[in-house]
Design a protein around this ligand. Structure first.
Ligand code: ZN
Length: 307
């Protein structure tokens, strides 16, 4: 059997697996990044992971085809650009470095891109060629899959779907622009909006406020949670309508922890988006929840190896 060593590097941990061409996960594990920013720490962990996965594959007589790695950064020709959370990877050609170490072909790409690719190749998306993937988390990441391939614009500088602008004079975004979708509709933005509303209504502050908590309060019809969730749905729908008008994808796939709430989360977004979109443009687009959860990143890394 042919397997890929598939690695998903996050800000705090590295998830990895041996994945077959058909998407079967043969072996999977996680390593924690204990000293982010320390020189060589993440690279040492990556080398350990490759050694461990190769040993496992050898012992089980699997052939390793190559290595796919997702990183939270723009990537151009194997070079990691602007890795905000992992500065030690900045400007490093991770493809060359890991290929020299392992003697295998290595492909490196942006993590949100790989999640999108994973959903299209191995998720419930089915056999589709054009999809837009959005992951709603601390920020909003995204991927454009056109004609079954990732599309990122000239020199891989595009595909920043969280930074489409939905308000010209809007609030500042972490990217330096104003009014980006991410600044309004990320889970970070949602929790800030909810906290502000609780303070304004002199409501006691719960010890932990996260996306799951707010969504549960919304389902329980709490006034403040309903107010922030309705605005959240509206902003996401606004961004999605623009993306549908440009790309008319077969699917808009929505991922991230909060999307695991399923139809209760997706349906309001879907209804608002269809109501606002040009009918002729949106008529073939399905808006659906992602299906691979936190495995999407490394499954996409495997898809990259086998593509
Ligand atoms: Zn932005």
């Amino acid at each position: 059997m042919e397997y890929a060593i598939a690695i998903d590097v996050g800000g705090n941990q590295i998830k990895y697996a041996l994945v077959s061409r058909s998407g079967t996960i043969g072996y999977e594990s996680i390593k924690t990044i204990k000293q982010p920013g320390r020189h060589q720490h993440v690279i040492d962990l990556l080398k350990q992971i490759v050694t461990e996965a190769q040993a496992y594959a050898n012992a089980t007589k699997w052939r390793v085809t190559g290595i796919g790695i997702g990183v939270p950064s723009l990537v151009e020709k194997g070079v990691v650009l602007f890795a905000n959370n992992l500065p030690e990877l900045d400007n490093i050609n991770l493809e060359t470095l890991m290929s020299d170490f392992s003697r295998l072909r290595v492909r490196v790409a942006n993590d949100a891109d790989l999640m999108g690719l994973g959903e299209v190749r191995y998720g419930n998306a089915g056999d589709i060629s054009d999809a837009i993937f959005l992951t709603i988390g601390t920020g909003i990441g995204g991927a454009l899959i056109l004609n079954k391939q990732l599309y990122n614009g000239y020199k891989n500088r595009g595909g920043e779907l969280g930074h489409i602008i939905i308000d010209q004079h809007g609030i500042p975004c972490s990217c330096g622009a104003r009014g980006c979708l991410e600044a309004y509709a990320s889970v970070n933005a949602l929790t800030n909006q909810y906290r502000e509303l609780l303070v304004a209504s002199q409501h006691p502050m719960p010890p932990t406020v996260d996306g799951r908590y707010i969504f549960n309060r919304y389902l329980a019809s709490e006034k403040e949670a309903v107010a922030v969730m309705q605005r959240h749905f509206g902003w996401l729908a606004t961004g999605i309508v623009s993306l549908i008008h440009i790309f008319a994808p077969q699917q808009v796939i929505i991922g991230g922890g909060i999307s695991e709430a399923g139809e209760d989360y997706i349906d309001p977004i879907r209804r608002l988006a269809y109501a606002a979109a040009m009918k002729e443009s949106a008529c073939f687009t399905h808006i659906v929840a992602a299906s691979l959860g936190n495995k999407a990143g490394y499954l996409g890394a495997a898809a990259l190896v086998f593509s």
